[in-house]
Ligand binder design. Structure first.
Ligand SMILES: [Zn+2]
Length: 112
């Protein structure tokens, strides 16, 4: 899961991301603790953030990967007439599951 946060430096405030194994904030607390202390990729300042303030977003690389797979499947299966349903549903299904994972993460906050 990729999580996003904004740099705390007033002159920067750029969006940063970190990669974690956890798919919810309870696991995340076990993985990295209740706070992150990450260095901004843009200005180098450290940003402290409570993990409730980290936001997940769908992994578009996976979605694009699914789209690529669908295009390949379309080319390979062109002769079999299976094309339209398969190439349409695969990327949509992948995208929906990515959206679902991200919104499930964002909905649940930890209490401490
Ligand atoms: Zn910054």
């Amino acid at each position: 899961m990729k999580l996003h946060y904004y740099c705390s430096s007033p002159s920067c405030k750029k969006l940063n991301s970190i990669k974690v194994e956890s798919s919810n904030r309870y696991d995340l607390k076990k993985e990295i603790g209740t706070e992150i202390n990450e260095r901004c990729k843009h200005c180098g300042n450290h940003t402290k953030r409570h993990i409730n303030r980290l936001h997940a977003s769908p992994n578009y690389i996976i979605v694009i990967g699914g789209l690529g797979l669908a295009i390949i499947a379309t080319i390979l299966l062109w002769d079999f007439g299976l094309v339209s349903t398969l190439s349409g549903t695969i990327p949509i299904a992948i995208w929906m599951s990515e959206e679902k994972k991200a919104s499930a993460f964002n909905k649940v906050l930890i209490r401490d």
